[in-house]
Design a protein around this ligand. Structure first.
Ligand code: AGP
Length: 619
């Protein structure tokens, strides 16, 4: 998955493309490049590494004259930031890609599944390929179909491609035109004053225009400085409404923090207040009725809930299972989306399927949602991204309101996902009459207090995290364990540490330790135990004693005021008391910070961990 952008207008394109790519870097950052229409040629600069490397390469190219410095500067161009799928990470495989005659350039996000056969055919017809990528076949195909009309060539090319992708094309013979197309992968158009933008996501051009048009799968869009024309697969012109984006661009900046991840950890109270605020007011119950994209009728008559998600969102789903089963007394299945779609799942009418995805773009989650919907289930997209693909593939959308999350490691979007699944669980309980009104009122109150508790926690927790750093930051292996809702917290803490610090980690239900994982432990192993207040705490303490008997050193997440656990462990990190079901939302925060501080101590950049991208739009 990658970020793509195109600009056609009256201002210097290079700066606009670079600043747009910065906003898309979360989608991939192993190489980047831009192509600009410079007089009678298209000039391209590409570089391995993140955008700093591209900027450096551009300065070098400017000095050596590879990109013209003479006025007027290019006002048309395309750009790309890559997360490798086909082909190694090197300059030749970086985008933009171009045809043999160097007249057609493209930037592509996604995968062309039939690229091998297309490539063989094109080579037989004389095309000379310069990369190992699937994306280059698009440039070569476009050139092979080009007959003075780039949009027509795009239409013919699309008809030959299998896979899911979006791309933007530029042709020297029509230098004032960009033509973009999408099949499944996202694409959105920005409409400025005498300038047009196209990109994988809105933040890429939000600083320049807030007026957008969303492109649907299968459509082609022609962009000129003063016009945007959308066509469907038959070539017919499509009218598409102009949407005004009201996000605050400030949210995309670091706001004084050293990294986006740290800023996002500290923004959690705000995101929660937004996510919970107006949905927890009606008669001490939950109010989802005013949600624009959410018709509560979808919750009526549900017999089973299925949650599909990936990574951190999957962990939010696991917490959702405890809450929905306990409060609404509905059976819940939670599935890793990449597995769900391939096991011929039993799903259909009567099932409510919740796809959790902060981006609303994860390929596997979308595929699982589509499968369930095709079989007659009702599908909700629980997402942080307005208008994302998930919302269009679902019957209803329930938004988290975490704001833009840039750090690759999900933090504030996770806690907001928890808040949203709690809201859904409670609303289902209300509708089904499975909880007394007094208990609902109690839980609503507890939910409403969460933002304040998160603030209190963040105000005081760093010293306890710092206190354990000295003896655990260079460990080779960490083990996380918990019981009940502590299990997903352990899983999420473990994922956070491994993805940003590259330390090997594992997470288990504490009761499972003696069935195998305990063999991993020795004096060098830090064990993180979720040992907050609950009816199962004494059992967790027994499990702590078992691991300590094998020499492991235990860091326990405990409830403020607890004095029992401290007697059995090397260190405690306290979280405020709340309802047992809501504990994950607080207990995960010290684990986010622990992972963060360890990564920083190890000299790593938590915002851009190796091999990862923020949004996984490929299978
Ligand atoms: C979280 O830290 C991860 N980077 C990753 O597991 C993520 O949660 C997963 O890829 C799902 O993304 P989504 O919520 O955008 O669908």
């Amino acid at each position: 998955m990658c970020g793509i952008i195109g600009y056609v207008g009256h201002r210097p394109a290079k700066e606009i493309l670079l600043s747009g790519l910065r906003k898309l870097e979360y989608r991939g950052y192993d190489s980047a490049g831009i192509s600009l229409v410079e007089g009678d040629e298209i000039r391209s600069v590409r570089a391995v590494g993140n955008l700093d490397h591209l900027e450096a390469a551009l300065s070098g190219a400017l000095e050596s004259g590879r990109v013209a410095t003479l006025a007027p500067p290019a006002t048309v161009g395309i750009g790309h930031t890559r997360w490798a799928t086909h082909g190694r990470v090197n300059e030749a495989n970086a985008h933009p890609h171009f045809d043999t005659s160097n007249r057609v350039h493209v930037v592509v996000n996604g995968i062309v599944e039939n690229y091998v056969e297309l490539r063989e055919r094109l080579v037989a017809d004389g095309a000379v390929f310069s990369s190992e990528t699937d994306a280059e076949v698009i440039a070569q195909l476009l050139a092979s179909h080009y007959d003075g009309d780039l949009a027509a060539a795009v239409g013919l090319t699309l008809a030959e491609l299998d896979g899911s992708f979006s791309f933007v094309a530029l042709c020297l013979d029509e230098p004032d035109l960009l033509v973009a197309a999408r099949r499944e992968s996202p694409l959105v158009v920005g409409c400025g004053s005498d300038e047009s933008f196209v990109a994988s996501a809105v933040p890429a051009f939000l600083a320049d225009t807030r007026s957008v048009r969303y492109i649907e799968s299968g459509e082609i869009v022609l962009l000129r400085a003063g016009s945007v024309e959308i066509r469907d697969a038959t070539g017919a012109v499509v009218e598409r409404e102009l949407v005004e984006i009201d996000w605050d661009e400030e949210t995309a900046e670091k706001g004084g923090y050293e990294t986006f991840m740290l800023k996002e950890i500290y923004e959690q109270a705000d995101g929660l207040a937004e996510t919970l605020g107006d949905r927890t007011v009606r008669g001490n119950g939950v109010d989802l009725a005013d949600e624009g994209a959410f018709d509560e009728a979808i919750l009526e008559g549900v017999q089973r809930v299925v949650i599909v998600a990936c990574g951190t969102a999957y962990h939010a789903g696991l917490v959702g299972r405890y809450a929905i089963e306990e409060w609404a007394r509905l059976p819940v299945d939670v599935d890793v989306a990449s597995e769900y779609q391939y096991r011929n799942p039993i799903v259909g009418p009567g099932d409510l399927v919740i796809g959790i995805s902060q981006s609303g773009e994860s390929f596997d989650t979308l595929a699982a949602m589509r499968l369930a919907r095709a079989r007659g289930a009702r599908v909700i997209a629980l997402t942080n991204s307005m208008g994302s693909q998930a919302t269009r593939d679902a019957d209803a959308a329930l938004y988290t309101r975490a704001g833009l999350e840039i750090g690759v490691a999900a933090t504030k979007t996770f806690t907001c996902q928890l808040a949203a699944v709690y809201l859904l669980a409670l609303r289902l309980a209300e509708l089904r009459g499975t909880l007394p009104a007094a208990r609902i009122a109690e839980l609503v109150l507890a939910l409403r207090r969460l933002p304040q508790l998160v603030d209190e926690l963040l105000a005081g927790v760093e010293p306890s995290v710092a206190a354990v750093l000295d003896w655990c930051w260079d460990a080779d292996f960490f083990l996380y364990m918990g019981r009940h809702v502590g299990v997903p917290v352990a899983l999420e803490g473990s994922l956070k540490l491994k993805e940003i610090s590259y330390i090997s980690t594992d997470a288990y239900p504490a009761g499972e330790m003696k069935h195998g994982p305990i063999a991993l432990l020795d004096e060098s192993t830090p064990v993180v135990a979720i040992a907050t207040d609950s009816p199962l705490l004494t059992k967790v303490i027994s499990n702590i004693q078992e691991v300590r008997a094998r020499g492991a050193r235990v860091i326990a997440i405990t409830t403020a005021g607890d004095t029992t656990v401290a007697q059995h462990v090397e260190a405690t990190i306290e979280v405020p008391a709340t309802d047992e079901m809501l504990v994950p939302l607080l207990a995960v925060i010290p684990l986010q910070l622990l992972a963060y501080r360890i990564a920083i101590r190890r000299g790593l950049n938590p915002d851009q961990p190796r091999n990862l991208a923020k949004t996984v739009t490929v299978e």
